[in-house]
Design a protein around this ligand. Structure first.
Ligand code: DAH
Length: 339
């Protein structure tokens, strides 16, 4: 029996030190030391031994068990370390390698200018409201004093979805919606996309953006309109920006005006940017027509208001020195990543 134990110890130790990985090692532990393992098998013969032999054999068996257990523990540590070393080696980071460049998105020039404009108007106490781009003919035209046969419709080549539904050709549609469902005082801007069936060129696009403004309250005058727009453009272009108001006609305002701002490049002297005029046309505005107020449920005897609509693209193009409007819509990253 002693020989059996010695033999098992030798074989066991050899096998343990030769184990290739932790799994093999565990199998060996089961094979030699497990409940049904070889050691147990040998110990079953203890019954046949004499009373003197038994404790001696028991001691040897314990030594063999301890030797195998130690060897297994030893090998386990070694295999673990080897596995960790291999892993670390495989995952080593070469800090001298060039990094991967991450491209970070930029705000589109139109969005950037829209955000600036919104901030200025918010600072002046305006609320920002949204309106649908697919709009009823009623809000886009009729409520604004532009009935079906009105010639003003010709100046806005409109996309019709059906007889009474259009892609809005002006953000003025939001004016009618706001007045219809709220009571003055009102002070809102409504920025957004508008659509016209224009051929694409350097200054035209079938989709562009406007910012509509509307103020309705008791005692609102043309002076308030001028003051509001002057404040806006001075915040946008600096204190020296001057506005020029010229009489114009819009069906939904009376009186109406067309507003130009002094060229920020030459300050009025005339240059390439303003085509020698010294002024840049930017928006239409006026006092809300009493008929429009009435149609939208506001009593023109009590309230008055002003409205304006400015084109965003012109402002973005001036702001960033962009000479062709198409660039704003082509989504060419070489262009967009400059801003
Ligand atoms: N909606 C007009 C346009 O697209 C611009 C405009 C003019 C808006 C006068 C207004 C306004 O609110 O009062 O040409």
């Amino acid at each position: 029996m002693q020989e059996q134990l010695q033999k098992m110890k030798e074989e066991g130790l050899n096998a343990i030190y030769a184990a290739a990985d932790e799994k093999a090692l565990d199998a060996l532990r089961v094979k030699y030391l497990g409940k049904k393992g070889e050691l147990t098998g040998i110990l079953k013969q203890m019954g046949k031994l004499s009373a003197e032999e038994r404790p001696v054999m028991g001691q040897i068996a314990n030594e063999v068990r301890a030797a195998l257990e130690n060897a297994i523990g030893d090998c386990q540590k070694k295999l673990k370390k080897a596995a960790m070393d291999a892993k670390l080696k495989a995952e080593v980071i070469d800090v001298t390698m060039p990094g991967k460049r991450r491209s970070i998105g930029k705000v589109h020039p139109n969005t950037a200018v829209m955000n600036i404009a919104k901030e200025i108007f918010l600072g002046m106490g305006f609320d920002v409201v949204d309106g649908p781009e697919v709009e009823y003919d009623y809000y886009n035209f009729e409520a604004l004093n532009i009935p079906k046969d009105h010639p003003a419709r010709d100046s806005q080549d409109t996309f019709f979805v059906s007889e009474n539904i259009v892609l809005r050709s002006q953000t003025s549609s939001v004016q009618a919606r706001v007045m219809e469902k709220s009571t003055p005082p009102l002070r809102i801007i409504s920025p957004g996309r508008v659509y016209r069936s224009d051929a694409i060129d350097a200054t035209h696009s079938p989709l562009f953006h406007q910012i509509e403004g509307l103020v309705v309250d008791k005692g609102v005058t043309m002076a308030d309109l001028k003051g509001t727009l002057e404040t806006f453009f001075q915040k946008l272009y600096g204190e020296e920006a001057k506005l020029r108001f010229r009489p114009h006609h819009f069906p939904f305002t009376e009186p109406s005006a067309e507003v130009a701002v002094s060229c920020f490049n030459c300050h009025g002297a005339g240059c390439r940017v303003c085509k020698g005029e010294g002024w840049i046309e930017l928006l239409g505005c006026g006092m809300v027509h009493p008929d429009v107020l009435r149609t939208c449920g506001i009593d023109p005897e009590v309230y008055s208001g002003f409205a304006f609509g400015l084109g965003l693209e012109r402002i973005s193009m001036r702001h960033f020195g962009i000479s062709d409007m198409r660039l704003l819509y082509e989504n060419d990253l070489r262009f967009l990543s400059q801003f």
